[in-house]
Design a protein around this ligand. Structure first.
Ligand SMILES: [Zn+2]
Length: 313
């Protein structure tokens, strides 16, 4: 059974895993993402320990997959300047790990990697064409066409969070206004609640202070039946439905998979979402597209990185 090393670099945590080509994770270690130098040396140390335990002669290890938030130059294998990681500037990640371990290295952004993992091991196992959304603090996306990640002309394909849904709408982290991310992400849900919660609102009771309200408090209040919290979720679902409808009309995909923290609320998001998509989309492409929650949950980061080595060459 071939092995694959996965490196999932996040803004706060880095996870190193050793998995099989069937998507089984055999070993995993997580540590805080620190300065570039410390993180790289920690990552290399963990990989060395994994290899000496499982595959000392490197006969069975197929390669190293790296997934991280961008911006990336996939051709050159470089991570440019991720926000919140100030010491990480123009890092030739692909070269660094290829030279250290003499193994093939593949690099991609975390949403694309997650999309591929859902296609290979998760909700999309049986289909070749799907669009994956991750709805959490921000909104990311990945497009799988004919079983492969579609990158586009400048590697920016799938950046669904920054499609404009409401011209002139709320300001987005990217600098534009009315992006999907500014309307339907966890950050947007929290902002709507901070603006609208009355003094005696259960949302405010759960959070303690208005400034501490997050999407989790809104979800809890909604599940307990609070009207405002339910309306806020339905509002986010409505904007997400506009986006999902547009994807369905453009790509006529077999499946839309929705993951990320906000999707964990289940029917609270999916019920109003599917209702609106059914109303907005043409019947035929709507009927041929399954809209499903992501399946890999907390494993998606590790399996995403591992998937990158399993992609078609
Ligand atoms: Zn934006």
């Amino acid at each position: 059974m071939p092995y694959i090393i996965g490196i999932d670099i996040g803004g706060t945590k880095t996870s190193i895993s050793l998995g099989s080509s069937q998507g089984k994770i055999l070993a995993k270690e997580v540590f805080a993402t620190g300065s570039l130098k410390t993180t790289l040396s920690q990552a290399k140390g963990v990989i060395r320990a994994f290899l000496s335990r499982y595959d000392k002669g490197l006969k069975r290890t197929k390669g190293i997959g790296i997934s991280c938030a961008g911006p990336l130059d996939l051709k050159k294998g470089i991570l440019y300047n991720p926000p919140n990681m100030p010491t990480w500037r123009n890092v030739p990640l692909k070269k660094i790990f290829a030279q250290s371990f003499n193994l093939p290295v593949a690099l991609d952004n975390d949403a694309n990697a997650a999309a591929l993992a859902e296609k290979l091991f998760g909700a999309g196992k049986k289909v070749d064409n799907l669009f994956y959304y991750t709805v959490s603090t921000g909104i990311g996306g990945g497009l799988i066409l004919n079983g492969e990640i579609y990158h586009g002309a400048s590697f920016d394909a799938g950046e669904i969070g920054h499609t404009v849904i409401m011209p002139g709408g709320p300001k987005c982290g990217c600098g534009k206004r009315g992006c999907l991310e500014a309307l339907a992400s966890g950050t947007a849900i929290a902002r709507m609640a901070r603006e609208k919660a009355a003094k005696n609102s259960p949302i405010l009771r759960l959070a303690g202070k208005r400034k501490d309200i997050d999407a989790g408090h809104v979800a809890c209040a909604a599940e307990a039946g609070d009207r405002l919290a339910r309306e806020i979720y339905a509002r986010a679902a409505f904007y997400l439905a506009i986006s999902v409808t547009n994807v369905i009309q453009v790509l006529n995909p077999e499946m839309i998979v929705i993951g990320g923290g906000v999707s964990k609320t289940g029917p609270l998001l999916f019920k109003p979402l599917i209702k609106s998509v059914r109303a907005f989309a043409w019947k035929r492409p709507y009927r041929s597209c399954k809209i499903l929650p992501a399946k890999l949950k907390d494993k998606v980061g590790d399996l995403g990185a591992i998937s990158l080595i399993l992609k078609k060459s």
